[in-house]
Design a protein around this ligand. Structure first.
Ligand code: FES
Ligand code: ZN
Length: 303
């Protein structure tokens, strides 16, 4: 096999694109493809102020890196989730990386505010990842609004998107399907949200990160072990092995043929939360209720 561009020895073969590339050509292909995805879905332009939510993992750091390389105005936001050593180590990686990029990084501490994910998980008896998703979405939007960003960009890749699509199809979670799109437009109280890596597999973003010497945290969040998303990813990878190209097709055909039919189902009836002012399905938003519960719990245990 040869690199399709220069004929040298390739470092990657991507069966879903029928494309083999050497190191240099993979890097430039990856960057062009990112740009193309941004344009295809009208995610943002050079005029936008972009907030990249970084976890310390390969996807979000690679996204931050590539957006700045492409000339976009992109700052980072790290939310310290209070998950022990894991959060400490990932914060270090993010801070070091921000220095390398000479970029602005905003850091907020969930532990100080409401006790961190382990506590929230215990007091709600919800799965850690579901509470975590809730507070992340809330904070991403809040910080973006508070600091005047027009777009929030996350590092979700194709494996993330296809696996969550699969699990929501299996459960016929129609409301969710109506919001599964790589761009969620700005609406009352919400900043636009985008996923520029939605067409890259995990392998591709990892390779791009490695080739650019990005020092990311390799360990997974300790709560992810029992997360169902990993199970769905494995299933998709097994299908992909047998029928290369399925993962990308599953996702793209969904966007093209199915999403338009569910779009209306995804519309929400929201009002500003009476406590924090962020858009909420009820008078007081779920995060403010959670915060109150956590603060009460913490006071009770101090006494
Ligand atoms: Fe949110 Fe693991 S990163 S629960
Ligand atoms: Zn609120």
């Amino acid at each position: 096999m040869k690199c399709r561009i220069c004929g040298k020895k390739p470092i990657i073969y991507m069966p879903h694109h029928r494309l083999a590339l050497c190191k240099e050509d993979f890097i430039s292909w990856f960057e062009r493809y990112t740009e193309r995805t941004i344009k295809e879905f009208k995610m943002f332009s050079k005029e936008d102020k972009i907030l990249v939510t970084v976890s310390g993992g390969k996807d979000s750091l690679a996204l931050w890196f590539v957006l700045r390389k492409l000339g976009y105005e992109a700052d980072g936001f790290y939310l310290h989730l209070g998950i022990g050593e894991y959060s400490e180590r990932s914060k270090e990686k993010v801070e070091k990386f921000a220095q390398r990029l000479k970029a602005k990084l905003i850091v907020e501490d969930l532990k100080k505010e409401m006790g961190g994910i382990p506590l929230l998980k215990d007091i709600t008896s919800r799965e850690a990842c579901s509470v975590c998703g809730l507070v992340k979405r809330y904070n991403f939007n809040k910080v973006a609004r508070d600091y005047g960003y027009t777009v929030v960009a996350t590092g979700h890749n194709l494996d993330d998107e296809a696996s969550s699509l699969l699990s929501n199809v299996i459960n016929w979670n129609i409301k969710y399907l109506g919001r599964k799109y790589p761009v969620l437009k700005e609406e009352e109280g919400f900043v636009r949200k985008v996923k520029p890596f939605c067409k890259f597999t995990e392998k591709e973003t990892a390779l791009y990160a490695l080739l650019n010497g990005i020092d990311f945290i390799e360990e997974e969040c300790p709560f992810s072990e029992d997360a169902s998303s990993i199970f769905y990813k494995e299933i998709l990878n097994r299908i992909e092995e047998k029928f290369p190209g399925t993962k990308l097709r599953f996702y793209l055909e969904y966007l093209r043929k199915v999403y338009p039919r569910f779009k209306e189902e995804g519309e929400r009836d929201l009002q500003p939360c009476k406590v924090c002012g962020q858009p909420s399905p009820s008078e007081i938003c779920p995060v403010c209720r959670l915060r109150e519960k956590a603060v009460n719990y913490l006071h009770g245990h101090e006494a």
